[in-house]
Design a binder for this molecule. Structure first.
Ligand code: ATP
Ligand code: MG
Length: 434
């Protein structure tokens, strides 16, 4: 493994790496040069450097500097400081934001000086700003700890990141991975995300603790976990990430009610249902179609909801009431773990409660349902249930035809169903056949 001693990072000159300014956004370059010309150090850091070295297009560009946030603000007019304790500067260029962070202190060493306290589930210290080295060593993975220096276009590596990049390996910085996960349990989710995104292997020393430390996610604020879950499951790699989360038993920490049923899957459902839903989302993202967290979370929680719904129906609770209660139960269990913002909760309830309503398509009902603002999402949801083998495909086919049909055909279809109408409970036995 690459040896790094304090104060002696590996410095790779421009001629020996592939990062070219041509691949860095014009605005990020402006920020880097402006800081440099004002007499400060300025580096491209984090995922941007990693992705450039891999020949990938970075999602965004982050900058690190020795200038304090106030000094950064004096350099840029189009700049706003955010954050309370640790302040970041956002430099605005129309839609693009370049984030500028002052070197952060605190290091990874538990024994480092500075008072520690818990902030948003992370252990942080009070020595806020630090040196470039400290800034590098408090980062999560070695491949995320590389610096591109605008002063001489070199790449600076304190933690063996270049070697790990070469090897396709994710390794936490420092020599005590467990400690690093304890400092911030979200790193367990990040390692899974990067493994899928980069196609890298997780170093065995960083992989082993994943099986043991999942419970630490319970200490992370639910709102932060919601953001992380979106990054995990709604950025085009949902299926891969889901499978890895299951493998490391981390999924159970995020969605325990769903996970319980995944372990008891019958006829390959519900695992198929969740997988298909994620695959669907991944495809939509690839095709640059819009995706909504409401649909994603409706998929993720459907299994416990439909089970509870069926149970209530069997106890003679009316369908509307049963769905309300089933959804309420699911949220009551889920929200303390991964907090789904209110604006997604109502659409989720609607997608679910439309499911049994789609099964009754006699009389004027189908016309009313078509105008429901959540009809399209509910129909897509029904297609997914059909693909996963939960419901007979005749129902989805009926709705597909009904939407495409003209008035006359629609009238005939409704007449037809009035005669052959048959109720099929949402959580009824799986029907095979076509
Ligand atoms: P992405 O391509 O998903 O943006 P990224 O590596 O840029 O990947 P960010 O979440 O944008 O990830 O974070 C930027 C950088 O900040 C990371 O590369 C890493 O150096 C550091 N970082 C982010 N989160 C953590 C964390 N939880 N612990 C330590 N360092 C972190
Ligand atoms: Mg980033």
């Amino acid at each position: 493994m690459h040896e790094t001693t304090p104060h002696s990072p590996l410095v790779v000159p421009r001629s020996e790496h592939r990062i070219s300014r041509a691949n860095i956004s014009e605005n990020a370059l402006k920020v880097l040069y402006r800081l440099k010309n004002a007499g400060y150090q300025a580096y491209l850091v984090g995922g941007g450097v990693r992705d450039l070295l891999l020949g990938r297009e970075p999602k965004d560009f982050d900058v690190a500097t020795d200038a304090t946030p106030e000094q950064v603000r004096r350099v840029f007019r189009n700049c706003r400081l955010i954050g309370r304790r640790f302040r970041l500067a956002h430099v605005y260029f129309g839609r693009e934001i370049v984030e500028v962070a002052t070197f952060r202190g605190g290091g990874y060493d538990e024994d480092a000086v500075g008072e520690r306290h818990i902030h948003k589930g992370m252990i942080v210290r009070d020595n806020l700003y630090g040196t470039r080295e400290e800034d590098a060593l408090r980062r999560d993975f070695s491949v995320n700890g590389l610096y591109y220096n605008i002063a001489d276009f070199s790449v600076i590596d304190y933690a063996g990141g270049l070697e790990d990049l070469q090897a396709g390996r994710l390794r936490l910085i420092g020599n005590d991975p467990e400690k690093r996960y304890r400092e911030d349990p979200v790193r367990m989710l990040r390692v899974v995300r990067f493994a899928c995104k980069l196609g890298f292997n997780i170093d065995p020393s960083c992989e082993r603790p994943l099986f043991e430390l999942g419970h630490l996610l319970r200490d992370v604020p639910p709102a932060r976990l919601f953001e992380e879950v979106l990054k995990l499951l709604q950025t085009g790699l949902g299926l891969c990430t889901f499978e890895k989360l299951r493998h490391y038993r981390l999924f159970a920490q995020l969605f325990p009610a769903t996970d319980e049923w995944l372990d008891h899957e019958d006829h390959n459902f519900p695992i198929t249902f969740v997988s298909r839903g994620l695959e669907n989302t991944d495809r939509r993202i690839r095709e640059a179609k819009p995706v909504t967290p409401a649909f994603l979370f409706a998929v993720l929680l459907w299994e416990p909801v439909r089970r509870r719904f069926a149970q209530l129906l069997a106890g003679d609770v009316a369908a509307n009431e049963a769905m309300l209660v089933a959804a309420g139960d699911a949220f009551a269990r889920q929200q303390p773990l991964v907090a789904i913002p209110r604006r997604f909760v109502l659409p989720m309830r609607e997608i679910w409660s439309l499911q049994p309503r789609l099964e009754r398509h006699a009389g004027k009902r189908p016309y009313r349902l078509l105008t429901h603002p959540r009809f399209r999402a509910a129909y897509d949801f029904l297609l997914l249930r059909t693909e996963a083998g939960e419901v007979d495909s005749a129902l989805a086919d009926w709705w597909t035809r009904f939407q495409a049909a003209n008035d006359q055909v629609r009238a005939e279809m409704i007449g037809e169903t009035t005669k052959t109408r048959r109720r099929r409970p949402v959580a009824g036995k799986k029907t095979t056949g076509t």
